[in-house]
Design a protein around this ligand. Structure first.
Ligand code: GLC
Length: 488
């Protein structure tokens, strides 16, 4: 099959969340199955070295946005067997510090930016002469692609058999814009209805994708159930319930080669499930790196990811003193809301030797943290899938998580009577979180028990090899539905 995988976040060019890693690894797994994948993304501001790895193609795209014709350059880079990344370059729209926004909030021209990008994906396929089997759109930024295929591009011969799939990585971000932006889409007002793109008076990009895609998927089973409820459906649960027959689930995988403690060159020592002892060397190094007390005997606990409410940062920052009282040392790495950066830096100053904070997300450091920590704390308010808990388990770091979405699907709650791979709690509040941490600390003190939890986690298999064929199946279903749709 010829698959176009669409998202503005692709590792190593740009990362905001886990989607960037998925956008690199899933296409590679599909390529390994013999499919051809073009990953079409936007060209962010890159450093010279990254820039040097790109090849500029001899085409200029003319992308209509309202009355304008945006000219876009196209760059490419081979990613792996069968997989090529294409970067759509537009200086004014995408050569910026942030992808979605900056410290002042979302960019005010996001409607134009992502309409441009969505149409550029279709224009690229047309100019290159690609008879695409599937456009695989991801999240709100690419939500208009499915409707374009059934409207502006419906008569395009290259797309005569083309289907679309929409994957939800986060239902909380929908791409809501005022109705005056409708003309930018190039679609008529007849699309501005509750059955199509309209959502309480606004245009909703994600809703549009969910309404028009031939198949819909999301990234964990529990999240798929959660988004059908009013509590977690962000106003789109009704739309999703209506299209329930098209909604499927594939849990994300982890790149088991990139994340391999036995071979990871970033680590101070390598270790494996059969030989976990050298992990202690990584732990020492991590404590040194973050200026924590050496050999404290206390469980070194990591918090990694976006420092935002959604990831449970409100719980963590409210409970910090109690976490110290329970005996944790903490390292925090991530980037997010300014007030969390400030609060965490302040706490770091107040608790020297107990808390280390790195504002920013560095992939190398992420590997070292997963290797050096004893536990990972991830009390997300909601979590479509989550990758850090899988990385943690792979590195023998025990996750303490809220039982939501993919966290619930991937972590098996540990009891002395029923051995598991981590610790879970349900209610989103400080006491529930502390109770789970307390259980983890108790288990930590029992060397045998702890080692069992670590080793069970390290033996889990969350690989893309299992996930990729499931997507192929979804693509085939989407093609069947698209054929039905065309027959009317
Ligand atoms: C988003 C979700 C996260 C998921 C990732 C990749 O970042 O918040 O849970 O793992 O997308 O699907």
């Amino acid at each position: 099959m010829l698959i176009l995988y669409l998202t503005p976040e692709v590792w190593p060019y740009k990362r905001v969340g886990g989607l960037a890693e998925v956008a690199r690894e899933l296409p590679l797994a599909l390529g390994a199955l013999g499919h051809t994948v073009a990953v079409v993304t936007t060209k962010p501001r890159l450093d010279a070295q990254m820039e040097a790895g790109l090849q500029r193609l001899d085409v200029t795209l003319e992308v209509p946005v309202s009355w304008k014709r945006h000219q876009a350059q196209v760059f490419s880079q081979a990613s792996g067997p069968g997989v090529t990344n294409y970067l759509i370059g537009h200086e004014h729209l995408f050569d910026r510090e942030g992808l979605y926004g900056n410290a002042f909030g979302d960019y005010e021209d996001n409607a134009e930016r992502f309409i441009f990008y969505s149409r550029a994906c279709l224009e690229l396929a047309r100019v290159m002469g690609w008879p695409v089997d599937v456009f695989h759109a991801n999240d709100w930024t690419t939500g208009l692609v499915p409707v374009y295929l059934q409207s502006i591009y419906a008569q395009e011969p290259l797309f005569a058999k083309t289907a679309s799939v929409m994957t939800i990585h986060n239902l909380g971000k929908q791409g809501l814009f005022w109705h005056y932006d409708m003309p930018l889409t190039g679609l008529g007002w007849e699309y501005f209805t509750p059955e199509a793109m309209e959502f309480y008076g606004q245009i909703n990009f994600l809703k549009t994708g969910l309404v028009f895609a031939d198949m819909i998927s999301t990234v964990s089973q529990r999240y798929a159930e959660e988004i059908l409820t009013p509590e977690m459906g962000f106003g789109l649960d009704g739309v999703l319930r209506k299209r329930r027959d098209r909604l499927t689930t594939v849990i994300n995988g982890l790149d088991y080669e990139a994340w391999n403690p036995a071979r990871d060159p970033r680590l101070a020592a390598n270790y494996s499930v059969d030989n976990p002892d050298p992990k202690a060397v990584c732990r020492q190094e991590l404590a040194r790196l973050f200026h924590l007390e050496q050999d404290s005997g206390r469980p070194l606990t990591a918090v990694v990811g976006r420092l935002v409410d959604r990831k449970g940062l409100d719980l963590i920052s409210a409970a910090m003193e109690q976490l110290f009282d329970l005996g944790l040392d903490l390292v925090v790495m991530g980037f997010g809301e300014d007030h969390y950066h400030a609060r965490l830096k302040e706490l770091e100053r107040l608790h020297p030797g107990r808390l280390g904070v790195h504002v920013g997300y560095e992939m190398d450091l992420a590997h070292r943290i997963m290797a050096g920590a004893d536990m990972l704390l991830m009390p997300s308010r909601y979590e479509p899938c989550g990758l850090h808990q899988m990385q943690a388990m792979r590195y023998g770091t025990v996750p303490v998580v809220r039982a939501t979405g993919g966290l619930d699907d991937t972590v098996l709650n540990h009891h002395a009577a029923r051995p598991g791979t981590g610790f879970k709690f349900e209610p989103y509040d400080v006491p529930a979180m502390l109770e789970a941490v307390q259980k983890a600390v108790a288990a930590f003190k029992n060397h045998q028990e702890w080692r069992g939890i670590m080793q069970r986690g390290m033996s889990q298999d969350f690989s893309w090899q299992a996930a990729a064929p499931l997507y192929v199946d979804i693509y085939q279903k989407a093609q069947n539905y698209a054929a039905q749709r065309r027959r009317g």
